[in-house]
Design a protein around this ligand. Structure first.
Ligand code: SAM
Ligand code: SF4
Ligand code: F3S
Length: 470
């Protein structure tokens, strides 16, 4: 059973290449081509980089062959993610052989993790740039002019790119990511992110509000506020007031009742009742929380340094259901972490059965060099056992989702139309507040992308609700 690629950005978008300036191909003499992998933070960063390159006279292209600069925004979260990128680098190696003048830059988490090693291992890379060093890209490009290689992987304590207006490369013009913080201080033992993204820091509240307001003015209907741990958002304003995540959420929700507000990711130890009550107060804050469980065993949770217990997690799920009865809850689970026994595995299955998640991203544990787990523990669950446990976890989750789907039939949801359905241009596709995808015929004339409609569910498939406009 293969693992699932990471969340907020679905599998279909992994490696997506985009071109924000295609409408004006003559405006820029130089072209860049960018591919993004990993989580939504990386996709949001690519939009910041597009803006920086735009200022330098680079326009984007979807055509690799006409690119002067190729950028690959990389992910290190699991071995498989890095392997995908290594394969991609081989592809660009062949392209560079045809066009030696083309620059190849590797950016993001793998650039940070492997640093200058990438120049030695992957002889084709010209530039290595870490997540906090994107402002230096113009200098790094200039440094390569004499044929040298250039590297900047310095992590920062305060870089949030707050003053850079990202170039929206989301093609639907309806939904946008807005980064509200960077880095992570949590040090979950299995996780490479604290090493690739550095210390946690929150972005200036005013700049977040300004960016969201601009999106509203441009006709966007949905923002997703991004951070590795959004509940620890904390920013001291000029007047000395400390803004919490609940307050930030409220400020964004108040910009327009037409704007849907989502956020990701929450940490079970940090999500507060204040956040839940703020969600309850505003209809336009979507009723969906991504609450990564990781394991159902208190012993393993301690070994993972998640700082909550099985009982704490149960309490959080119960609290969400009490305050927000119609809220969707999604999760991440890891199978086969160091020393996981059959009993620990059963604990994960039973906590998932208790929580009845609407959706889950399920992974086999992949040891990452340099993490606390790699240094302290042995990756001792055999691959076949990890995969068998992962399969059991996935199968149980599918049963839970299918059971939940039965109860969806007959329900009416407000859906934001995001575009044509992938299968047929005769159908619309959109999501409800709980983030479930709905597909329904274009039975009412005059509707367009970005409109809200009420849809009654008539049928379900495992991942999609089928319905009709009412
Ligand atoms: N900050 C979020 C959190 O606290 O859950 C998301 C972190 S990570 C980008 C997304 C998910 O990848 C994690 O929740 C975890 O389930 C999974 N993950 C992280 N490191 C992993 C590893 N070494 N092996 C397998 N899965 C891993
Ligand atoms: Fe990784 Fe844990 Fe931070 Fe999430 S909270 S990014 S899992 S260290
Ligand atoms: Fe995201 Fe992957 Fe980095 S999940 S933070 S791009 S390691």
């Amino acid at each position: 059973m293969s693992e699932v690629l990471h969340k907020e950005v679905d599998e279909a978008r992994q490696g997506e290449a985009y071109a924000p300036f295609l409408d004006d191909p003559n405006k820029f003499s130089k072209k860049f081509y960018i591919e993004s992998y990993g989580c939504a933070m990386n996709f949001a960063d690519s939009e910041v980089v597009a803006s920086i390159l735009n200022e330098e006279g680079y326009g984007a292209t979807r055509d690799q062959d006409e690119a002067h600069l190729v950028l690959i925004n990389t992910c290190s979260i699991r071995e498989k993610a890095e392997q995908t990128i290594r394969n991609r680098l081989q592809h660009f190696k062949r392209l560079k052989e045809k066009d030696p003048g083309m620059l190849v830059a590797i950016m993001g988490c793998m650039a940070e993790r492997l640093k200058a090693k990438l120049l030695e291992e992957e002889k084709l890379v010209d530039i290595v740039v870490g997540p906090d060093a994107y402002r230096s890209l113009p200098n790094l490009i200039a440094e390569t002019e004499g044929g040298q290689k250039s590297v900047n992987v310095l992590l920062s304590r305060d870089e949030t790119y707050s003053d850079i207006a990202p170039i929206r490369i989301d093609s639907n013009g309806i939904s946008a990511f807005v980064s509200i913080m960077r880095g992570c201080n949590n040090m979950c033992t299995f996780c490479v992110v604290p090493f690739t993204r550095g210390r946690e820091r929150s972005r200036d509240t005013e700049s977040i509000i300004k960016e969201c307001q601009q999106l509203v003015d441009e006709g966007y209907k949905e923002v997703t506020l991004l951070g590795q741990n959004v509940d620890s958002y904390y920013y001291t304003n000029k007047d000395g007031h400390n803004v919490t995540f609940a307050e930030l959420l409220e400020k964004v929700a108040l910009l327009s009742p037409q704007l849907r507000v989502r956020f990701s990711t929450s940490h079970p130890k940090d999500i507060t009742d204040d956040v839940l009550y703020t969600m309850a107060k505003y209809n336009n804050i979507c009723k969906c929380i991504h609450l990564p469980m990781q394991s159902g065993s208190t012993r393993l949770l301690a070994q993972m340094n998640r700082t909550y217990t099985r009982e704490w997690f149960m309490h959080k799920v119960t609290r969400v259901r009490e305050i927000l009865p119609d809220c969707g809850i999604t999760t991440d689970v890891i199978a086969g972490f160091c020393s996981e026994t059959e009993e620990d595995h059963q604990d994960s299955l039973s906590l998932m059965a208790f929580s009845r998640f609407d959706m889950a991203y399920m992974y086999a544990y992949s040891e990452r060099p340099g993490t606390l787990a790699a240094r302290r523990f042995t990756d001792d669950v055999p691959e076949d056992v990890k995969n068998r446990r992962l399969t059991e976890i996935i199968n149980q989750q599918m049963i839970i989702q299918n059971e939940a789907n039965v109860h969806e039939i007959g329900k009416v949801y407000e859906v934001l139309i995001e575009g044509d359905s992938k299968r047929s241009a005769d159908d619309w596709c959109g999501r409800n507040s709980q983030s479930k995808i709905l597909v329904f015929p274009k039975s009412v004339a005059g509707l367009k992308k970005g409109d809200y409609v009420n849809v009654k569910v008539t049928k379900t498939t495992s991942a999609t609700l089928i319905g009709e406009i009412v």
